[in-house]
Design a binder for this molecule. Structure first.
Ligand code: IPE
Ligand code: IPE
Ligand code: MG
Ligand code: MG
Ligand code: MG
Length: 300
């Protein structure tokens, strides 16, 4: 199979990435108090693959929506993701010094500013959806906001992070593994594709299928994250590898081993293509297929 880097999709992906980066730069212009904004900028603007906003944007476009329909929510989603990384790296959580090849926010600034920069980003995100979305009915926006508030908290990310944290050193089990990964990672992925369909005005049936695609992709993404933690280097990864085993985390390799994890990943890729086959009568699926390939092939 042709690697994604050799396909025309690479160019399109980079274009989306640039648009999202420009948008994030614009909304994070330094204000008072300066240390807060500098810490926020460090946590958001220093690299990052931007896979969640790209997914949201691509899903919106593939369903007949526009860039302007997607951008506010795509930016909000990335702010929430970046806040979750800043807090995930704190000494009281994963205690990481390196993120995206740079010192983590609490290392570059201080722990208090890392907590507060995260708080500010998550709060700011919701206003951004309201202020920066164009051409979407208010009723749809309210549903998007409500869904994101749950995915980012008690029906998703925070639940997953709590399970991840409290189960460190616990006996690995499949049930716990899926609960953690569905929460901490797949909930925001599910939101990204669900929201892409919603913002484009798609039917509920298609939007729900898109949500399934996002959730499966999120699990696949976290399987790769767990594998890279075992197999990669800090130069390639931009994070310190080997942390999961050192901290006794419940990961795919901990439950299935390396080869077993790769097998589960392959099963997810097959399922993802199946979901896209079901979506194909309703929308153009090629770019979402490229994004599956991106997740499977990523090295950082
Ligand atoms: C890291 O997410 C946290 C996980 C859910 C695995 P990403 O791998 O998307 O991090 P960035 O944004 O590209 O740095
Ligand atoms: C990611 O889990 C969960 C988040 C919501 C940030 P990890 O703890 O595995 O993420 P990395 O490996 O530090 O990026
Ligand atoms: Mg973690
Ligand atoms: Mg971590
Ligand atoms: Mg990890």
């Amino acid at each position: 199979m042709t690697m994604l880097t050799q396909t025309p999709y690479k160019v399109r992906f980079e274009k989306h990435l640039q648009a999202i980066q420009t948008f994030l730069e614009e909304i994070l212009v330094v204000q008072e108090p300066e240390p807060l904004w500098q810490a926020m900028r460090h946590g958001v603007l220093n690299g990052g693959k931007r896979i969640r906003p790209v997914l949201l944007t691509e899903t919106c476009l593939a369903n007949g929506g526009t860039f302007e329909n997607a951008l506010g929510t795509a930016g909000a989603l990335e702010l929430i993701h970046c806040y979750s990384l800043i807090h995930d790296d704190l000494p009281c959580m994963d205690n990481d010094d390196l993120r995206r090849g740079q010192p983590t926010v609490h290392k570059a600034f201080s722990e208090d500013l890392a907590v507060l920069a995260g708080d500010a980003l998550v709060g700011m995100a919701f206003g951004l959806i309201v202020d920066k979305t164009h051409g979407v009915p208010d009723k749809t926006l309210l549903r998007v906001i409500s869904e994101l508030s749950l995915a980012a908290s008690v029906r998703g990310l925070v639940n997953g992070q709590v399970d991840d944290t409290l189960s460190a050193q616990a006996q690995p089990s499949e049930a716990l593994l899926y609960r953690i990964h569905k929460g901490k990672t797949a909930a925001l992925f599910r939101f990204s594709t669900w929201a892409g369909g919603m913002l484009a005005g798609q039917s509920q049936e298609v939007v729900d299928l898109l949500g399934q695609y996002g959730e499966h992709l999120g699990i696949a993404f976290q399987i790769v994250d767990d594998l890279l933690d075992v197999e990669s280097s800090s130069e390639t990864l931009g994070k310190t590898p080997g942390k999961d085993a050192a901290q006794g985390k419940i990961t795919f390799p901990a439950v299935y081993g390396i080869e077993g994890s790769r097998k589960v990943l392959k099963e997810y890729i097959v399922q993802l293509n199946g979901i896209l086959d079901r979506l194909a009568p309703h929308m153009e699926t090629q770019n979402l297929r490229y994004l599956v390939q991106f997740v499977e092939e990523r090295k950082s």
